[in-house]
Design a protein around this ligand. Sequence first.
Ligand code: CO
Length: 134
Amino acid sequence: MIGRLNHVAIAVPDLEAAMTQYRNALGANVGAPQDEPDHGVRVVFIELPNTKIELLYPLGEASPINGFLQKNPAGGIHHICYEVEDIAAAAKQLTGTGARVLGDGTPKIGAHGKPVLFLHPKDFNGCLIELEEI
Ligand code: CO
């Protein structure tokens, strides 16, 4: 069911420092910051030849990234995103196996304007998984 790795999202405590590090130390193609108020994040996309990295920085007090950075002050991998062709069918298959879809279980429009859903990390080896319909 899952296809390509769409992105790895890394929560960072200092967005400017992380951008500079990826640009200068790792020689990556680092985009401009974009605010996603609906998701409570400021995002920087880094294009790699085979996937993307997303640097996530909290936007606002209610940002879900605040709690993550409290637990992981140095930052860390926040989630990974796999592509699926049919997100409704994916949700049905997953819940049929007992996996928990976060929220009310229905896909939402994600940071890239495509339908996404998130799977409970406790059901997937401690890893928050995002599925994105491509
Ligand atoms: Co994501």
